[in-house]
Each structure stands twice: as structure tokens, then as C-alpha cells.
Design a protein around this ligand. Sequence first.
Ligand code: TRP
Length: 366
Amino acid sequence: MPDIDPWGDVEIGNYKDKMENFGISPISEVEDRMPDNLLIRRGIIFGHRGMKEFTDAREDSEDVAMMTGIMPSGVFHFGHKSVVDQILMYQEMGADITVAAADIEAYNTRDIGFEKSRELVLEEYLKNYVALGLDLDKTDFYFQSEGGNKYHTRSKQFAKHLTQNEVESTYGSAAPGKITSALTQYADILRPQFPERGGPKQTVVPVGVDQDPHIRLTREVARKFRDLEFKKPASTYNKFMRGLQGGKMSSSDPKSYIALTDDVEDAKKKIDQAKTGGQDSLEEHREKGADVSEDMVFELLAFHLIEDDQELERIRQEYSSGEMLSGELKQIAKEKLEEFLLEHQEEREEAEAEIQQFLDENDQRI
Ligand code: TRP
């Protein structure tokens, strides 16, 4: 088996090892050329490929693009939100935004039909993306199944540049459904560079490390393809938030995540039940302080709910010194969460009309 299976479970223990094994570079190399964003400041985005070239192009005022894909599975939760935060960061940087809904991949690897994918993508994902700030008017959003003739033809042509050996050693399998999904994903990643979309340009794909096999092979294909010119796509890698109970955050276990559509009271209950880094007794807690690195409530605050570094640092210090109790930390989280969810859920309602209009205008593209 390969070390990373893009269709398998995502729990990536040691990011450092993965970086060394695969030749992912530390984000610190380009940090000062990226926007001031908490994902970067807090090491949530930890690695990259090809971002020197991307930032060079941007500083030279060339067109740049950002591309990502949505796997329609289950509800949209805080674990998915970091991807959207990254889209928004690149949107602010002026990149062309492309978002693929991976219905062909879902069909072939997860037995989810097109109808179901459409429903999940629109209701669970796109509505949340727009509510969080994605500007659909400036986004090339499409379903893989409706990606257009040229897109599908190119995805088949890419097969010529892969060997069975390469596929098996990268993915651990050459199952037809996986190969088809992979080739479709290469077409997603290169789509912003299609002639119909303005030709070659630096493109960044923000992903979790589990998607790195696709990035590696797309970079290969981009180099070998002769019929069109492509620049090698760049990528950034973000850490996965852990589940509220510790361990993996999983769409099949509602206790492990807070969905952005969760009822506020249910969401607060999940915080109450979350794993903390507090000590067993009050006495011990006051003496030793909390283990912040094992605290899932603190993780939620750091990833999503506290923007201000000083505020977060103050909490970290008080909590790890034992001055602040887990119950107090949870109280802070519940207040922030309530505020966030109420506002977000209102934004979702407003997003509905915008999405409908977009769909009416763009039913079939390139
Ligand atoms: N395979 C991705 C996932 O499982 C979804 C996806 C499809 C994607 N096309 C993409 C991600 C292009 C990044 C870029 O989540």
C-alpha cells in the first residue's frame, strides 16, 4: 500500500514525516509573501509545493488561479471550513477561483448517484461556501459530470502519460473507478489553464495531505502533455482538525464534529461532551494546568472561532497554567460558537437566492 490513500481514512499522525517522505516543502519558505491569515500564522497550512513560482507570478501581476474540489459526503462541518477559508484568502489575493463538485468521483468510489451528489453539493456545501463569502459571480463552479466535452476529452488524454506501475505505486491500486476519478481530478486541477479559460497560469490547489498523490501525478501530467501548455500546479497542505472526542473527525459520527447547520443548543452540548486537556481533579488542574495540545475545544477556537492572536494566547496561558478551568474554556467556546452559528445560518438563507440565480444562468458551461 502507498503511504497515503486519497480514498481512505484521513488521520495523518505525523505531518513532518509525511513532508519528508514526499518532498513537501515547509510553508515558512513563502510565509512572508502570503497574506496575513490565521491559517498560516497558526501553522494550520504547514506545507507547499511550487508556491515560490505561484507567488513570483502574483508579484509580477500575472493572472493566477486557485482550484479545489468538493467531495459530496455527508454534512458540511468545521473540519471542512478551513478549505473555504483558503478559497476566500485566494479570492482576496485576486486569483481566479474554480470549484469542482466531484460527482464522478463520488459515483465511482463511494456509490453516491449524481442526483444525490447534486443535492448534497448544493444544499450542504455550496450554500455554506456562499454564506462564508464565496463570490459565485467570480467563480467557475461546475459538476464533473457536466464539465464539458473538452474537459472530459482531456481527462482521457492524460491517461497516455501514466504507467500502470506509477498508478499502482502512487495509489496502491489500479481499480478502474479510482483511475477514472484520478484522471478526472487532473482535468479539474488543470482546468483553470485551459485555452477556454485564458491559457497557462500559476494555479494553487489547497488540499489535505491525503490528496497529495493527485497533486504529484497532475504535476507529472502537466509536464508531459504536449497538446497544450500547462504550468505545474502548486499546492498547499492543511492540517485536519481532530474530532471533538479526540481521534478522527468523521462524517459518520455526529459527535465528532459540529456541522455549520447544527442547532445551537445541540452544538453547545457537543462542546460540553468534548475531550479536553484538563486534569482529573480541580486540585491537580490548578497545580499542573491543562494540556492544551490535547484539548479539542481549544483546537476549535484556534482553527475557527478566535481571530485575534493575543486573545488566543491569553487563553492558552491561563488555561495551561491552571488558572482557567476546562468548564470556563468551554463557556468561552460556547459563546463564540453561538454567535458564529446564528450569523452563519442567517447568511445561509440569504445565499439561497444567489445560488438559484447562478444555477439558472449557468446550467451548462464550456
Ligand atoms: N478528491 C477530492 C476529495 O476527495 C475532491 C476533488 C475532486 C478535488 N477534484 C479535485 C480536490 C480537484 C482538489 C482539486 O476531497
